[in-house]
Write a protein that binds this ligand. Structure first.
Ligand SMILES: *Cc1c(COP(=O)(O)O)cnc(C)c1O
Length: 349
């Protein structure tokens, strides 16, 4: 038949029904959302739903503007940051030159590039799995980096991000900060100096709201406006009223999230040290997951061993350089103790 599209979709981690499973395969937060959001949900007036939701998400933008010390015009909200990122592709990557992103990064970038027919070039991470900024000093139609990177967890310092921006001022540079709340510092402070940067964030990881589907971009108003135009040409009401309400409550409870996310970082450090005693080699992570390997063990077999013991982690058999690695999201201390014991049993058998 004519005109039928062939596509290779992004394949997310499994969402099993069994509540007994320790689910460490999609980098969700193990802790519940803020009690403020729960209260907001209880107070939500169902009659509101007979009307269309706010098309400009002014409530959430106002809360974000206050949090960051910026203006509401610096923000655009989307149905998850996946939607915002897809809009960024349509808004900013229209050059004939290839956009650049690392060979090992969020798997969705390649899917969008192919879906939207955007030429792209994958830049290999170095052999320590780090992004080398000098590799991004070449003719390009835009740059897309996750910082800290996924699935490595490795963070690029602000001075290195600045060095990248300094030599790429004629194209749009998108920084996906999905995990930034687990890391040292955000590139938001560079926005004034480098207006050609847009930062994308999500409520799915550090705000424990993956199922709510809210994400946003931060940038200069003139560029944010272009993303808004794409959104208006596609699905102007993509963020529903309930989602906007609950996400706003989350923005307002920074103290709660600071506490749970600090615990996650501490658990990550504990877990990384414990599995190092078993011989695992783990990338230095500033996220809520670790990428790890073991020189004496077949990782694929370990993946199925964990699955049989109702622990789900992520394995990327199709990515050549990641064949010997597991990505393990950081759960509660109790969950990570169970995982540690299983890894101990496996490596000592
Ligand atoms: C999880 C994740 C996203 C997607 O977030 P949603 O807001 O849930 O769509 C985007 N980028 C990276 C790097 C992620 O890990």
């Amino acid at each position: 038949m004519k005109g039928i599209r062939k596509i290779t979709p992004y394949v997310p981690g499994e969402q099993p029904d069994n509540p007994k499973i320790i689910k460490l395969n999609t980098n969700e937060n193990p802790y519940p959302p803020t009690p403020l959001a729960e209260q907001q949900l209880k107070n939500f007036d169902i009659r509101q739903l007979k009307r269309y939701n706010s098309v400009d998400n002014s409530q959430l933008k106002a809360a974000l503007a206050e949090k960051f010390g910026l203006t509401p015009e610096n923000f655009v909200i989307g149905n998850g940051s996946d939607e915002v990122l897809a809009f960024c592709f349509l808004a900013f990557f229209n050059s004939k030159d290839p956009i650049l992103f690392p060979d090992i990064t969020y798997g969705f970038y390649k899917v969008w590039a192919e879906l939207f027919n955007v030429p792209f070039k994958e830049i290999p991470l170095n052999d320590r799995f780090e992004i080398d900024i000098k590799d991004y000093q070449q003719e390009n139609g835009g740059i897309l980096l996750t910082n800290p990177n996924a699935p490595t967890g490795i963070f690029k310092s602000l001075s290195e991000i600045e060095a990248l921006l300094a030599v790429n001022q004629e194209v749009m540079v998108i920084i996906d900060e999905a995990y930034i709340d687990f890391a040292a510092s955000s590139a938001v402070t560079l926005l004034d100096k480098y207006p050609n940067m847009v930062i994308v964030r999500t409520f799915s990881k550090s705000s424990s709201l993956a199922g709510l589907r809210v994400g946003y971009a931060i940038g200069q108003p003139e560029y944010i406006q272009i993303i808004e135009s794409i959104k208006s040409s596609f699905n102007p009401y993509s963020v529903d009223s309930l989602a906007e309400d609950l996400a706003t409550a989350a923005v307002k409870d920074a103290a709660y999230y600071e506490e749970i996310n600090t615990t996650i970082c501490q658990t990550r450090e504990w877990f990384t040290e414990k599995i190092a005693e078993l011989g695992f080699q783990t990338c230095p992570s500033q996220t809520n997951f670790v990428l790890t390997t073991h020189p004496q063990h077949a990782i694929e077999d370990l993946f199925y061993f964990l699955e049989r013991h109702e622990v789900y982690v992520r394995y990327f058999p199709k990515v050549e350089r990641l064949k010997n690695y597991l990505r393990i999201s950081i759960g509660t201390p109790k969950e990570m103790e169970i995982v540690y014991q299983l890894l101990k049993e496996y490596t000592e058998q």
